[in-house]
Design a protein around this ligand. Structure first.
Ligand code: ADE
Length: 234
């Protein structure tokens, strides 16, 4: 998967993309992530990327020209991606809410172009004429779309074939089946007097599966009852 990120703060991406699963995925060629500084496409002497809001009011608005130019330059330099399944996404608190099913849909794209919104907003023409999707990672306002882009990239890249050491770990994790994950234990069997549940040591796989499903249902009902709609114990 190719991912291009358009941002005013390219340096923010260094740490998160240089470690863990995302780093392994890029090292292995599973994901090709490229960061672009929107300011490089602004031609006034201060390389400005924002301006006052027409109609007045507090706060600056991200200008359309550098964002369009950055996007059009990268698209025109990427003829190998022509005809591939592509989505151009603006990260903004006004977008649709990101969740596991959205990540699962995005993993099937060949090319994601992510625009990190900033300041108090972006010129509406970016929304109307440049992007085909808008995503929010939650009902709160960040200083910009950068952290949101990192969240989206992390959640999508780990779903790409070969990204995880053991792909089975995707099967039972929280949200994949619409439920939270069951409790997990590792050695020692007794830690400070707290014992691992007997059933997990029993070797009875059917009983273990049953216990895990019960625990998932219980935990989901207690913590995230809204996820329970339509769920029942099989
Ligand atoms: N930019 C600022 N806040 C955001 C959010 N919650 N999600 C996505 N992008 C954002």
């Amino acid at each position: 998967m190719r991912i291009d990120i358009f941002t005013l703060f390219p340096e923010m991406f260094r740490g998160p993309f240089d470690s863990s699963i995302v780093k392994r995925a890029t090292d292995q060629g599973i994901a090709d992530i490229r960061i672009h500084n929107i300011r490089d496409y602004s031609h006034d002497k201060h390389h400005s990327a924002d301006d006052y809001s027409y109609g007045g009011g507090a706060g600056m608005v991200m200008k359309p020209e550098p964002v369009f130019e950055a996007m059009e330059t990268i698209r025109s330099q990427s003829s190998e991606m022509a005809g591939k399944k592509t989505s151009t996404i603006l990260l903004t608190p006004q977008g649709r809410l990101f969740c596991q099913p959205v990540a699962a849909t995005l993993k099937d794209y060949d090319w994601l172009l992510l625009i990190c919104g900033h300041y108090e907003g972006v010129d509406e023409r970016i929304r109307e004429h440049l992007v085909d999707d808008e995503i929010s990672i939650g009902d709160y306002v960040l200083t910009g779309g950068e952290l949101a882009a990192m969240v989206v990239v992390d959640a999508v890249v780990r779903l790409l074939p070969g990204a995880l050491g053991s792909p089975e770990s995707l099967l039972n994790e929280s949200h994949t089946g619409g439920l939270l994950e069951y409790p997990q234990y590792t050695r020692p069997e007794i830690f400070r007097g707290w014992a691992v549940p007997d059933v997990l040591l029993s070797g009875n796989h059917a009983e273990i599966a049953k216990w895990r499903l019960q625990q998932s249902l219980k935990r989901t009902a207690e913590r995230r009852p809204e996820l329970m709609d339509g769920k029942r114990e099989e």
